[in-house]
Design a protein around this ligand. Structure first.
Ligand SMILES: Nc1nc2c(ncn2[C@@H]2O[C@H](COP(=O)(O)OP(=O)(O)OP(=O)(O)O)[C@@H](O)[C@H]2O)c(=O)[nH]1
Length: 246
């Protein structure tokens, strides 16, 4: 299997579709109905994606670049977990992504590990300018083995590609690492320069969707993974999301 994610910068964004009842009644009512805002079409699927990796590699930055198109130069370290929601359209389906950003500090592992299980996609991030963040990868893979679903799609991301001059991890080194793990894709990105950010998330979602029998009624899927039910913002059995600290 090709473990490389050969993707380049692309303009993001897809248009949302709408659904609603046909307009009936008097012409006046029809005009009124047409003036009324129509409710957005509900998501066809809901997916959870988790971002893991050592402290300071840029997990929060990648998430915020993808969800809000923002970048923070002096980000505070994540405490526990945080999440953001973003809806995307792929393969003709509207997908509501719940993206979990975990703390890189080991002391939060007991909290963050609770979020692995429901994830259909896992993004493992290292910093191409920091050797130790690459050396930590086996530790993160052990966490995945222990806590994540075997079916979860895996993507290794070397972040901070804008710091090419300070690079200490060669692309080939990371490619080799990913190729040893069944089904793991690899890609380099820059949250700062917004390089490959949309692509890593969309590719991961596309890989998840490609393994789902999309024509099956949604009820037949696990509720924790995708559902047409109202979505709790946070699984009730899990600890509360983190606050930021310095
Ligand atoms: N040059 C550069 N800096 C980045 C990039 N992504 C993140 N940073 C910086 O790296 C630092 C850490 O970023 P975060 O996004 O907080 O990293 P994190 O992995 O979420 O860190 P923890 O929450 O501590 O685990 C911040 O100062 C960011 O501005 C990038 O692509 N390029």
């Amino acid at each position: 299997m090709n473990s490389r994610c050969e993707i380049q910068r692309r303009p993001g964004g897809g248009s949302g579709g709408f659904s609603g009842s046909p307009v009936t009644g008097s012409p006046a009512m029809g005009a009124q109905s047409r003036r009324r805002k129509m409710a957005p079409r509900p998501a066809d699927y809901k997916l959870q994606i988790i971002i893991i990796g050592s402290r300071g590699v840029g997990k929060t930055s990648l998430m915020e670049r993808f969800t809000d198109d923002t970048f923070c130069e002096a980000c505070k370290s994540t405490v526990g977990v945080d999440f953001k929601i973003k809806t995307v359209e792929l393969r003709g389906k509207k997908i509501r992504l719940q993206i979990w950003d975990t703390a890189g500090q080991e002391r939060f592992n007991s909290i963050t590990s609770a979020y692995y299980r429901g994830a259909k996609g896992i993004i493992v991030v290292y910093d191409i300018t920091k050797q130790e963040t690459f050396e930590d990868l086996p530790k993160w893979m052990k966490m995945i083995d222990k806590y994540a679903s075997e079916e979860a799609e895996l993507l290794l991301v070397g972040n901070k590609l804008d710091c090419e001059a300070d690079r200490v991890i060669a692309r080939q080194q990371a490619e080799r690492f990913a190729s040893r793990i069944s089904g793991m894709r690899f890609c380099e990105a820059s949250a700062k320069d917004n390089f490959n950010v949309d692509e890593i998330f969309l590719k991961l979602v596309d890989d998840i969707l490609s393994k789902m029998p999309l024509e099956m009624p949604c009820r037949e899927f696990s509720n924790s993974v995708l559902s047409l039910q109202p979505e709790p913002e946070m699984p009730p059995e899990l600890p509360p999301p983190r606050m930021r600290c310095c």
